[in-house]
Design a protein around this ligand. Structure first.
Ligand code: SF4
Length: 685
């Protein structure tokens, strides 16, 4: 039997590691490291990467289309044919459009499907006539991304990963790359610190795996990081440590920013965050006087006040001149390998795939000319508003590869809302918690079972190739969307027989991907950095000569302190926060079905500081009840000084969203997943 070595981009995180799948007659026998590959990992993989092909062989994979026969949420289905599934969905779409209009239908794209497939989700939603379009990444980068866009005109990472090794100061703030992006941490951050002598500081309420390399570890209470960022701005401005030339020549709004932060002294921030004022001063001085790489992630993003926090950091980056040159780094760092695939195809309620707004008449007209059909001009709902409107303004949802019944905040409420839909379609590889509420479930091919494009956190665009056949009758997401479009009478707009044809259309529709052609990516395994307006390496360093704003300058934004929406009180006296584990990914849809990962990381738990544990009579291994105003979960306790006193922390792969809060930021629509008031007690067994 002939073995084929098929190049595959790792299906999990946004580092974008590549390796070979050893494929025999449509099955994957094993994976092989690719030591010569010129990309980020150079043959290295983390535990998830090594286990990455296991879930595709799970006996729980969906193999036939399913029609619900039991109650919603019960998980009882009967198998049906593809033609019947398409017929039912198309009839329902027609009926709902006739009764309520297309604005009663909502679509979700996904960070788990390819660039090409997200593009088709977007195109199909517009062809049906709705702008209610979002993806579960709403709860991932939607504080940092809009804030950086407001200041710099673009949110993406400023530099390639290789520049991190040239940084003099590395600040890791609300990010745990040693576990969530391990190959990146080992290849670049460790190298900068151990080989090149960079100083590293961590700001996090928990001690994370990489913190042993840090010279300082600041432990704020969850949700109070904004106070520290404001105080750092105060120090940098009052001590005149900012880059005066950069501020004069490349920014606007400095005087307004100076006025806004003058009251936020480190002593003020200490009272709110619990971090000593002198430590805040030290970090601010390092940030301003060194070539700085800043890594933030969900500790910034998943807060209602995350937008203000991200604005403060973008201001800090700009006034210290840590942008637009080599040896620095800042940007969004998506949790998933295809977060950018959804974001860059405009999977959002107000965007076109070109990056322009749906309300921009000229941009709509240009896309209508390319696509050949009318595009709605109204701004749709974000994911949380879609959930809130289920059964009211939203009657039908089409969810591709998302598990909102577990990943969205206040998940018990989400499950009740899902029941209110007239019709739900879920397209996925497993019967997820969300799929159990569906009327029709469509079996999709997994990452290794299709060809497509991925975009990593350093803006690197790479191709991943089909190495295995899908099980049973499962089909690639792009093909399902094409076949459904034909059933809907929209076939003339969806004439694709291979993902290469979709990518070629993207090359002509989205200018910053014009050069990322199937041919270029096939010949260049290292891919290219977007913007790549012609075949070639693309743009490695952004903003060297100007920002993507109207006048080319960074627009500094005055920021004010904003309290988290819920604070500990007498009834719920602790802060509850969440974190990710190296061995699991998102809601576990895939990693729970990977035997080597499931064996090493089998269950959820709660971390509690020894002083709090003593107060509540809790020992490691005890069964405890963690409660918030939304609900409760039973888990084992781990007593550890890796969390600060007053804070408890749980991994976010299992049931923590029963406890989190669906309150959203008025602009970004980000909910509160990282800082809610909680209580804990031991449960007798
Ligand atoms: Fe995969 Fe990320 Fe691990 Fe690399 S670091 S092997 S991309 S999970």
């Amino acid at each position: 039997m002939a073995e084929k070595l098929v190049p595959v981009v790792c299906p999990w995180c946004s580092v974008g590691c590549r390796f070979y799948a050893v494929s025999v007659n449509g099955y994957i026998r094993k994976i092989e490291f690719d030591y010569d590959h010129p990309t980020v990992n150079r043959g290295k993989l983390c535990p998830k990467g090594v286990a990455s092909y296991q879930f595709i062989n799970s006996p729980k994979r969906l193999k036939k289309p399913l029609k619900r026969v039991g109650e919603k949420g019960e998980g009882k289905f009967e198998e049906i044919s593809w033609s019947e599934a398409y017929r039912i969905i198309a009839e329902k779409i027609k009926e709902i459009k006739e009764t309520y209009g297309p604005e009663a239908i909502a679509f979700l794209g996904s960070e788990k499907i390819t660039f090409e497939e997200n593009y088709l989700v977007h195109k199909l939603s517009k062809a049906i006539g709705t702008n209610h379009l979002d993806f579960p990444g709403r709860y991932c980068q939607y504080s940092n991304s809009p804030a950086r866009t407001a200041v710099f005109g673009s949110a993406a990472a400023t530099n390639p990963f290789e520049d991190v090794a040239k940084a003099e100061f590395i600040l890791i703030w609300g990010h745990n790359p040693a576990e969530t992006a391990p190959v990146f941490f080992g290849q670049y951050i460790e190298k900068a610190v151990l080989d090149n002598g960079a100083e590293m500081v961590v700001i996090d309420p928990r001690a994370t795996r990489g913190h042993k390399y840090a010279s300082m570890h600041l432990k704020p209470y969850p949700g109070t990081d904004l106070a520290i960022a404001l105080a750092m701005l105060n120090v940098v401005i009052s001590e005149e440590l900012y880059d005066k030339e950069f501020v004069n020549e490349r920014t606007t709004g400095f005087e307004e920013l100076k006025e806004a932060v003058k009251e936020y002294t480190p002593e003020w921030a200490e009272k709110i965050s619990g971090v000593p004022a002198e430590d805040i001063r030290k970090v601010a001085r390092l940030f301003a006087t060194k070539r700085t790489a800043l890594f933030v992630n969900e500790g910034l993003n998943q807060h209602v006040n995350g937008f203000e926090f991200a604005l403060a950091l973008a201001n800090l980056i700009a006034i210290t001149g840590n942008i637009g040159k080599e040896g620095v780094w800042s940007g969004v760092f998506p949790g998933a390998q295809c977060g950018f695939c959804a974001a860059m195809t405009g999977i959002a309620p107000n965007k076109l795939p070109t990056g322009k707004l749906v309300t921009d008449e000229a941009a709509r007209a240009e896309l209508e000319r390319l696509w050949g059909f009318k595009i709605p001009d109204w701004v749709g709902f974000d994911l949380t508003t879609m959930i809130r409107e289920m059964g009211n303004k939203i009657r039908m949802m089409y969810i591709v590869g998302g598990n909102i019944a577990r990943s969205a905040p206040n998940s018990r409420w989400v499950r009740e809302q899902l029941k209110k839909l007239d019709f739900l379609v879920v397209q996925d590889i497993f019967l997820t918690e969300t799929a159990k509420y569906a009327d029709i479930v469509l079996p999709a091919a997994a990452w290794f079972e299709k060809t497509g494009t991925a975009i990593s956190a350093e803006r690197r665009v790479q191709r991943s190739y089909k190495a295995a056949n899908p099980p049973g009758e499962a089909k690639p997401d792009w093909l399902i969307l094409v076949e459904l479009a034909k059933e809907l009478g929209l076939g003339e707009y969806f004439k694709y027989e291979h993902p290469d044809e979709i990518l070629r259309e993207i090359n002509s529709v989205i200018p910053i991907f014009k050069g990322a052609t199937p041919e270029y990516l096939a010949e260049h395994p290292e891919g290219c950095f977007f913007p790549c307006t012609e075949p070639g390496e693309g743009t490695k360093v952004l903003f060297k000569n100007g920002f993507k704003t109207s006048d080319g300058k960074a627009h500094l934004q005055p920021v004010k302190w904003r309290e988290p929406p819920e604070m500990p009180d007498e009834e719920y006296p602790l802060w509850l926060t969440n974190f990710r584990l190296v061995g699991h990914w998102h809601t576990g849809t895939m990693s729970f079905e990977s035997p080597s990962l499931e064996k090493r990381w089998p269950e959820e738990y709660v971390m509690i500081n020894p002083k709090d544990a003593e107060k509540y009579g809790i020992r490691s291994g005890d069964l405890v009840k963690v409660e918030t105003r939304r609900g409760s979960v039973l888990v084992r306790a781990e007593v550890t000084d890796h969390v600060r006193e007053g804070v408890i922390a749980m991994p976010n792969h299992w049931n923590i969203n029963v406890l989190t809060l669906e309150t959203i930021h008025e602009k970004t629509k980000m909910a509160e997943l990282k800082a809610v008031a909680a209580r804990i007690r031991k449960v007798e067994e």
